[in-house]
Design a protein around this ligand. Structure first.
Ligand code: G6Q
Length: 547
């Protein structure tokens, strides 16, 4: 297959034009951009898959958009979108297709990749998951002693944990409240101990979620779970009633003692951080039921179709991906804050951290040459309004420019008095205050003492996107996640990097394994470490056994 490395983004005429355009736009306040252009808010919004994106409070004008769209053209974004949807091996460094979009294609669709109809396989697994989820939900699946399952513990880490946790929290409203869900990821024994301390093994099901079934943290936790279970249930035979696996590695699943008829598979073309809608979402399906899970998949698919078919000027993920590049490379912003005004989305920023930072935290182009621009920014955030009483001060008056994604819904799942109106008023007020600030004259007009005026002045010009939807439903969640997946893809294409590998995770893993051996005294400590690490290791060896 011909290697299609996009042209360097910095060599494109649109890049050069954006550099000089940035000089004109950077000093212009959003106040001015709005006052001279009454149609701006109406024009700078786009809708897709049930989501509304208002991007008018960004430091852009029509010319900026024109140039950013030209940049996308120059990087052959349409071609790259097509190659992803066709199942070409766009994850070059691992020589893999990238086909999370196939996980949510309808049953009637077909996508033949490397001679196999992947959609057919996806639906076969989905149907097996459904049968299993229904058995747990209607209590016909029994534990080894004949008791029904009440507790579901997902053991996994990274992509095999963050999506399931986030989705469980986001869709908790739709979950079966008779069931208890816990998520164990950390190798720290505290995670397992706290997650299981009040659970009865007879009523507990473990889902061991691991694509490779070799991940140190997950396998250590899974073996601990096995011992915890057998301590009470004694017989090895009980394992198959209390353990199921989600993996691509049938041999390892079987040698753990899990019946492979209770293994739910997926494929090497599903990256960990893109897998919450694969069998990795088994805990989500058990929690919310197969119908809601299907609705979530439909939401993902609606955004996939929007991304694939909508002209870039009205394409939500493309616009967001281009704006990410605009701030990261021209304003030199280093971070993006994601601020969901919905308590159910409390784990969404953590989920996005992996999706965005593991995908676009890269230092070389696809061909291995060093990047010549900054790449993926740091993502962070907390649900509103909590963040307002914590870190918003820095966003309002600090020295860093932090673009924001506000996320909100027209209706609450828990309408309590006027809580929701107050919540949404805060979202709108923050966007407005950040964009337009408060001038010294306005502060003085409030009668503020001169000494305080500079402290109480807000420069404004802090950009934000506002993403709105009628309600947080399974479908909305799917659309929202797909929005970010494709916006990450868009930025990654512009930067010319591989958004689908994660080599950066490897080195630490290898070194940890070596040090584990050294702690246990199996490998001699020589000059393998720098003096600082060697001293810390000595300290730990001396102190680990003491009270
Ligand atoms: C995600 C990464 C990574 C992965 C975990 C767990 O894109 O690949 O976070 O999901 O390391 O891997 P396993 O599922 O193989 O245990």
């Amino acid at each position: 297959m011909a290697r299609t490395v996009p042209p360097r983004v910095t060599s494109l005429p649109a890049w050069k034009a954006l550099e000089s355009h940035h000089k004109e736009i950077a000093p212009r306040p959003l106040r001015e951009l709005f006052s001279e252009d009454p149609g701006r808010a109406k024009r700078m919004r786009a809708e897709g898959a049930g989501l509304l994106l208002d991007y008018s409070k960004n430091r852009i004008n029509d010319r900026t958009l024109e140039l950013l769209l030209e940049l996308a053209e120059g990087c052959r974004l349409s071609h790259h979108i097509r190659t992803m949807f066709e199942g070409q091996h766009i994850n070059k460094t691992e020589n893999r297709a990238v086909l999370h979009v196939a996980l949510r294609m309808p049953k009637s669709a077909s996508l033949v990749v490397d001679g196999v109809d992947v959609v057919k396989e996806v639906h076969e697994v989905l149907e097996r998951m459904e049968r299993f989820a229904r058995k747990i939900r209607d209590q016909s699946w029994k534990g080894a002693t004949g008791r029904s399952i009440k507790n579901i513990v997902n053991i996994g880490i990274g992509g095999s944990d963050l999506g399931p946790v986030m989705a469980y929290e986001a869709l908790r409203f739709f979950s079966d409240r008779r069931l208890v869900f816990r998520f164990v990821s950390n190798i720290d024994g505290t995670d397992f101990a706290e997650a299981t301390r009040d659970l009865d093994p007879e009523e507990t099901l473990f889902i061991v979620s691991s694509k490779t079934f070799t991940t140190l943290e997950t396998m250590t936790n899974a073996h601990t779970a096995r011992r915890w279970l057998l301590e009470k249930l004694k017989k090895e035979e009980s394992i198959r009633h209390h353990f199921v696996a989600v993996s691509t590695n049938a041999a390892a699943v079987s040698s753990f003692g899990i019946d492979t008829s209770n293994m739910f598979g997926f494929w090497d073309w599903v990256g960990g951080r893109y897998s919450m809608d694969s069998a990795i979402g088994l805990s989500t399906m058990i929690a919310v039921g197969p119908e809601n899970f299907r609705e979530m998949l439909a939401g993902f698919h609606a955004m996939d179709e929007h991304f694939r078919n909508t002209p870039f000027a009205r394409n939500l993920p493309v616009l967001m991906g281009l704006l990410t590049v605009w701030y990261a490379n021209f304003f030199k912003s280093q971070t993006v804050a994601v601020l969901p005004y919905d308590q159910y989305l409390k784990r969404f920023p953590a989920y996005l951290q992996q999706l965005t930072m593991e995908s676009n935290g890269k230092h070389v182009h696809l061909d291995g040459s060093p990047v010549d621009t900054a790449t993926g920014p740091i993502y962070w955030g907390e649900p509103g309004t909590n963040g307002q009483h914590s870190f918003y001060q820095l966003i309002h008056q600090g020295t860093h420019l932090i673009p924001i994604d506000f996320i909100g819904f027209a209706r609450s799942k828990n309408p309590l008095g006027d809580h929701h109106d107050i919540l949404m008023a805060n979202l709108l007020a923050q966007g407005e205050a950040l964009a337009f600030g408060k001038t010294a004259d306005e502060v003085r007009a409030d009668g503020v003492a001169e000494l305080q005026v500079p402290h109480r002045t807000f420069e404004g010009n802090r950009p934000s996107n506002t993403i709105l939807a009628p309600e947080l439903t399974p479908g909305t969640l799917g659309a929202l996640v797909a929005l970010y997946e494709h916006s990450v893809f868009t930025s990654g294409i512009l930067w010319g990097i591989d958004s689908f590998d994660q080599w950066g995770v490897e080195l630490g893993k290898v070194m940890a394994v070596r040090i584990i051996g050294e702690i246990a005294g199996k490998t001699p400590q020589g000059k393998v470490h720098d003096s600082g690490t060697a001293a810390l290791l000595d300290w730990y060896r001396e102190n680990r056994k003491k009270d």
